[in-house]
Design a protein around this ligand. Structure first.
Ligand code: ADP
Length: 336
């Protein structure tokens, strides 16, 4: 289903870069979070010390990486970028830590996926600014404590619940990013359109915003597809018809649900009779990883009232049946 080639993924990362705001002022929406962040960073700067560690939590595409880069920019310090899955051994982490400069920002994406030993190394590094480097192997091995300069970890996670509490406790500030309301996405689309030098009408931007699943990354991606449409059809200005036509072509429906979302709803309703169905069965039915279904699709489907999570599994709502245009069978497991 959502099979993106390495090439597409890489292109997407490059295009994420191009549209990334560089300062808090340019970061759209999330007003409370911005205010908290500004206070937190300004205080650290006035005190002349690197700020406490920062945890950014929320679904993919809402601006966690962007905020991490902004933190470094606002502080005027360099940033080192890594991720939980990229660190396979504690030694990988030790060598990153021991090469950090004073004040540097260490961005760890998907921090919930750090291996156990690295996680434990982080406890000491974050709290005491120390790392124990192992020298040698076997019975003759010894550990040499190394003092680290003060630095700031910015961790990002799509699964805050999976972070062990000792790790979570070492962050002085946790920001929860939430889906963006349509009016903020509209602003974001106008901003991106001007970076990409695309003209778009108010109505078209609003239409695009309402179909972007509350997610900046998706808004930017759809804007590019709509731009393609405009280029091919020699349009000077993107209007509502162009948005409609392009999104129909890419199978983004009126509620912004994409093929995977629809596949999930179809599976719950048709194969599992409305639920309840467990995550792993559901993921297997749509041919996706459980983590993708859980972190990418579900939060949005739940938030928009298509799915309900119950202790026994996921259950489709009336809204889901209606959206799929099917009448629930009489024996449907009903919560309503
Ligand atoms: P995450 O790390 O949470 O998956 P990113 O920070 O990579 O998300 O954001 C995805 C894309 O959306 C980037 O191109 C980024 O520039 C854009 N974006 C995210 N949040 C905002 C925002 N608040 N204002 C402007 N652009 C944003």
């Amino acid at each position: 289903l959502r099979m993106v080639s390495a090439q597409t993924q890489q292109n997407e990362q490059l295009s994420d870069e191009e549209l990334r705001p560089a300062s808090l002022d340019d970061f759209i929406g999330q007003p409370r979070l911005k205010e908290q962040m500004r206070l937190f960073l300004t205080a650290a700067q006035k005190r002349g010390v690197p700020p406490d560690h920062i945890l950014l939590a929320g679904p993919p595409g809402l601006g966690k990486t962007t905020l991490a880069m902004i933190v470094a920019n606002e502080l005027g310090v360099p940033v080192r970028i890594t991720s939980g899955p990229a660190i396979q051994h504690a030694g990988d982490l030790a060598s990153i830590l021991s090469s950090l400069d004073e004040g540097e920002v260490l961005f760890i994406d998907e921090i919930h996926r750090l291996p156990r030993a690295a996680e434990e190394m982080m406890y000491i590094a974050m709290e005491d600014f120390r790392v124990d480097v192992m020298v040698g192997k076997g019975p003759g091995a010894s550990s040499i404590p190394l003092t680290l300069p003060r630095f700031t970890v910015v961790g990002a996670t799509t699964r805050e619940g999976m972070l062990p509490s000792p790790l979570r406790a070492r962050f002085g500030f946790t920001a929860h990013l939430d889906y963006y309301p349509d009016d903020e996405l509209r602003k974001l689309i106008h901003r991106s359109a001007s970076v990409l030098e695309v003209s778009i009408t108010e109505e078209a931007a609003a239409q695009l915003a309402s179909r972007s699943r509350g997610t900046p990354r998706i808004a930017n991606r759809l804007l590019r597809r709509v731009r393609d449409w405009g280029v091919v059809h020699d349009l000077d200005v993107i209007d509502e018809d162009a948005v409609q036509a392009a999104l129909d072509l890419y199978q983004i429906d009126s509620q912004g649900l994409d093929r995977l979302d629809i596949a999930v709803l179809n599976a719950v309703c048709r194969q599992f009779n409305g639920g309840p169905v467990g995550l792993s069965n559901l993921a297997a039915m749509v041919g996706e990883e459980a983590e993708t279904v859980e972190t990418v699709c579900e939060p949005y489907l739940v938030r928009e009232g298509f799915l309900i999570r119950t202790p026994r599994g996921r259950v489709a709502t009336q809204k889901a049946w209606k959206h799929l245009g099917i009448v629930p069978p009489d024996d449907v497991n009903s919560l309503f």
